[in-house]
Design a binder for this molecule. Structure first.
Ligand code: SF4
Length: 236
């Protein structure tokens, strides 16, 4: 039933206005992505993808990289894979030996447990193969949506939007989304961008987050997209 005083014409105007606003929002989002993607550098996973790292190693490197710097994770992953290059080898590894290799990465105790358990599960339940769907990846120890998304993008060349703290923070500051956690951001970004752009988002925003739009003290005056940014939550 129509609210008192509301005519069909009012409703049609409201729908039109909403759709114009949505289109403008999408245009701004695309513009931002296009500008920033010109400046992006390859992340560790981007480099591993270029070197065609096997999916198993991509998965383990991604688990190790959670809340750790690429510069630390990259050489340590390489050392680890010299000794434990496959699920068979890693499943049989002694935890103390793995800990010794990865000890400079944060949360190395938990990560040791996760990667050995993950290798074991691949042997027991996945015929040694890394699954290539979000649903199956999420069943592996140490794998959340962000890790699974990275494996899909960098290990299997699939369309996904891995959302880490950088992607979540910047998307909200820009006013592209208005969300309270990375999972909600992932779904909001999927709605905002057409699928062909999904793979660009992680690399692009992570690089921007590390260099310009830092968690504390974003360098807004040096930012190429300052005019397009809503600067939500940023102290002026
Ligand atoms: S203008 Fe500032 S807040 Fe907005 S994206 Fe750039 S650095 Fe981040």
């Amino acid at each position: 039933m129509l609210k008192t005083g509301m005519t069909l014409q009012n409703i049609s105007t409201m729908v039109k206005d909403k759709s114009i606003k949505e289109n403008e929002h999408k245009k701004r989002a695309l513009n931002i992505l296009q500008i920033l993607s010109q400046t992006k550098r390859k992340t560790m996973l981007g480099e591993f993808q270029e070197k065609k790292l096997p999916a198993f190693q991509m998965l383990i490197a991604t688990i190790l990289s959670a809340r750790a710097k690429d510069e630390t994770t990259m050489p340590i992953s390489r050392t680890l894979f010299k000794k434990y290059s496959t699920a068979e080898k890693l499943a049989k590894a002694k935890p103390d030996d793995v800990k010794r290799i990865i000890r400079k990465i944060g949360f190395f105790n938990n990560k040791t447990k996760s990667i050995i358990a993950c290798a074991q599960m691949l042997l027991d339940e996945y015929d040694r193969k890394v699954p290539d769907t979000m649903e199956e990846l999420l069943k592996l120890p140490g794998v959340g949506r962000k890790v699974a998304g990275c494996v899909l993008v960098y290990g299997f060349n699939q369309d996904a939007i891995p959302v880490d703290t950088h992607v979540h923070r910047i998307s909200n500051r820009l006013g592209l989304v208005n969300t309270t956690n990375p999972e909600k951001t992932e779904f909001a970004l999927m709605k905002l961008y057409s699928q062909k752009y999904w793979r660009l988002i992680n690399d692009t925003l992570v690089h921007h987050g590390k260099t310009i739009c830092k968690p504390i003290g974003p360098k807004c005056t040096q930012c190429l997209i300052q005019k397009l940014c809503h600067k939500k939550g940023v102290k002026k």
